[in-house]
Ligand binder design. Structure first.
Ligand code: UT7
Length: 332
């Protein structure tokens, strides 16, 4: 019997209209365009404005973009996964609402939450479901409204994060294309360095936590930076060597867009040249679960069937990993 692999067959995206530029940030906190660009590579990010709009708002838009482009019938979708660090609500699944709103009424759905590694881990999950042969169409959406947990008086975090969503469709492939291998890891000792302390079960929201700003993202940027570079390079090298891939044979590195210096340093450690590295952090900042699918959307036109892509991510937890995937289609 032919082995079933799980391939990405379509992509979609949504970015909120409002552009928060470095120039605007200069009016909000003690920072400047030169510092932000040289330390992070970010020029602007998008922010979702409007009462009552959560991550599902962007997830639905990205999913509908994919549906409209690929002409997939939402009723044929078996599973909808929403990868997110900012679900709409604590107890109600964001994916369930999203699936219903896009007309995926025959699908089951769930959220997958693992900070900035959410989408990477969900790629592994979606692929595993496809490889069983039981599910044929899995819609994976990465959506984060980071602005809902950012303190816009804290210059250490507000310059980095943005909002956005990206979607991909996974389907079975019999040519051997799609997800080939993965190395996924976590280390819980890292959680003190990057977290939103309050609002969960350990420290429920209260007037006290609100007063202390514990519902905002706090990070020890330097520590996260150091770990991100060494861990993303380590797992990428492991995936390369396990699959007998040389650095020259890789077409693309699609790395989580948290800081251009992290991406550049990871690329340098592996020995990749600039042309092999996907980048869009300049336009969107760190959109957490949306960075990887937004890269695929922005590069879709230049991707060719058979291209070898290494995905890598690092985030809170700590959680990180690398996935090796071959691209399954040509556009036009
Ligand atoms: O998605 C995964 C989660 N997050 C990450 O991956 C983030 C990883 N970390 C980073 O990207 C970087 O550490 C940051 C961008 C957060 C910070 O850059 P850095 O080069 O590590 O700066 P730093 O924290 O070492 O600070 C250097 C200086 C400090 O001033 P002094 O003490 O040297 O006088 C900061 O106070 O830069 C100052 N600074 C700023 N200056 C202007 C910090 N933030 C800003 C700012 N504008 N926005």
């Amino acid at each position: 019997m032919t082995k079933i692999t799980a391939a990405i067959t379509a992509v979609g995206k949504y970015l909120p209209e409002y552009v928060l530029s470095n120039a605007i940030l200069e009016t909000m906190v003690d920072t400047n365009d030169e510092w932000i660009v040289s330390r992070t590579g970010i020029k602007e990010r998008r922010i979702l404005k409007g009462e009552g709009k959560g991550s599902s708002y962007m997830a639905i838009k990205a999913a509908n973009d994919l549906i409209q482009k690929s002409k997939v019938d939402p009723k044929e979708i078996d599973l909808v996964i929403v990868a997110t660090a900012t679900p709409d609500m604590q107890a109600a699944s964001t994916a369930a609402y999203t699936a219903t709103e896009i007309g995926a009424t025959n699908a089951f759905s769930f959220d997958l939450i693992s900070a900035c590694s959410s989408f990477l881990y969900a790629m592994s999950t979606a692929s595993s479901y496809i490889e069983t042969g039981k599910y044929k169409k899995i819609l994976l959406i990465g959506s984060d409204k980071n602005s809902s947990m950012i303190d816009y008086t804290d210059r250490a975090t507000c310059i980095i994060f943005g909002d956005g969503a990206g979607a991909v469709l996974f389907e079975p492939n019999t040519e051997g294309l799609g997800l080939q291998d993965e190395v996924l890891q976590t280390d819980g000792t890292g959680r003190e360095f990057l977290q939103v302390a309050a609002g969960g079960s350990q420290l429920p929201a209260s007037l006290e936590t609100l007063k202390n700003g514990q519902h905002y993202v706090h990070q020890d940027g330097r520590t996260v930076f150091k770990y991100a570079v060494s861990k993303m390079a380590e797992v990428t090298e492991k995936v390369l060597s396990r699959n007998n891939l040389t650095k020259e044979s890789i077409d693309w590195l699609a790395a989580h867009q948290a800081n251009k210096r992290i991406i550049d340093a990871t690329g340098r450690r592996i020995g990749l040249n600039e042309k092999q590295i996907m980048l869009n952090i300049e336009k969107y900042g760190n959109t957490t679960s949306a960075t990887l699918p937004l890269l695929l959307n922005d590069y879709e036109k230049v991707l060719k069937k058979g291209d070898k892509i290494i995905f890598a991510a690092f985030g809170g937890g700590f959680s990180w990993g690398a996935i090796y995937l071959t691209w399954a289609y040509n556009t036009n």
